[in-house]
Design a protein around this ligand. Structure first.
Ligand SMILES: Nc1ncnc2c1ncn2[C@@H]1O[C@H](COP(=O)(O)OP(=O)(O)OP(=O)(O)O)[C@@H](O)[C@H]1O
Length: 256
């Protein structure tokens, strides 16, 4: 088991917990896809797992080690976190922006070397933005920036990749490319947790799916088990027909 989350709760400081008592685990090479309505806490959970926020209660273990006892660098060597959006204002070139992903692997005060450059360039190629290599990250489109953020996390060579709505700004082709990439990474042993608003993404590859609702996961299992008419109605407050759910399944574009 690469990641274990025990009884995790988080509050932004008000009385209410955003989520409460969430427990789950992830094996090496497994992908967990988290669905759930707007504002339910998916991003907050990913931020806690990515060490951007500290859990109010509970623990996160990576390979059995409590992340609260690990340094920021140690955590960044294991976990790559891709936020939903990014407000960077420094006009780094895409290549330099992606090279930042190498920082956790560099000894103090040392510059990146040839190996780091190759890893960053490979990451840029994998997400299909090599033509933007020298463009300032502040001057690319929302989708291009989302791909650059994914490339930066890939350059970290993490064992666990956390992706917050990684396809939200992407056109159809780039959605398929990113979903294929996630499948490939998982088959090579990377463990992935992604949040999404697209239920069909849950059916692609062999993902575990969880629906987050009212502070916790209401269900965890295969997409077929979890993405049901009942759960969709419960999570999103809309009545969907069996036909609707099965059309989500039928319309899935499987990775090549
Ligand atoms: N910085 C913050 N300070 C206070 N409350 C916050 C902060 N960020 C988010 N929240 C609140 O925490 C709750 C969960 O937000 P979060 O962004 O985690 O939801 P989400 O499931 O990712 O939503 P979406 O699908 O819309 O992105 C919401 O009620 C939100 O208003």
């Amino acid at each position: 088991m690469i990641l274990r989350v025990d009884n995790a709760s988080y509050s932004y400081g008000g009385k209410e917990n955003v989520f409460e008592d969430i427990s789950f685990f992830l094996k090496k090479g497994e992908t967990l896809c988290i669905l759930g309505p707007n504002g339910i806490g998916k991003s907050t959970l990913l931020k806690c797992l990515g060490n951007v926020l500290k859990l109010s209660e509970g623990s996160v273990f990576i390979e059995g080690k409590d992340i609260s006892s690990m340094s920021r660098t140690e955590i960044a060597q294991k976990i790559g976190y891709v936020p939903q959006s990014d407000q960077s204002v420094f006009p780094f070139s895409i290549l330099d922006f992606v090279m930042l992903g190498r920082a956790p692997h560099l000894p103090f005060f040392s510059s990146p070397g040839e190996k780091d450059l190759t890893i960053a360039e490979n990451a840029i190629n994998k997400v299909g933005i090599s033509h933007l290599r020298d463009r300032p990250v502040t001057e690319v489109s929302g989708g291009e920036r989302q791909l650059a953020l994914i490339a930066r996390a890939l350059a970290q060579e993490p064992e666990i990749l956390l992706l917050d709505e990684p396809t939200s700004h992407l056109d159809f082709g780039n959605q398929v490319r990113v979903l294929n990439l996630i499948e490939r990474l998982a088959s090579q042993g990377t463990s992935v947790i992604m949040s999404t608003h697209f239920p069909d993404h849950g059916f692609i590859g062999s993902k575990k799916v969880a629906i987050m609702l009212e502070n916790d996961f209401i269900d965890q299992g295969t997409a077929e088990e979890v993405i049901t008419k009942e759960n969709m109605a419960l999570a999103y407050g809309v009545d969907v027909t069996i036909d609707h759910v099965s059309s989500i399944q039928r319309n899935v574009c499987l990775p090549l």
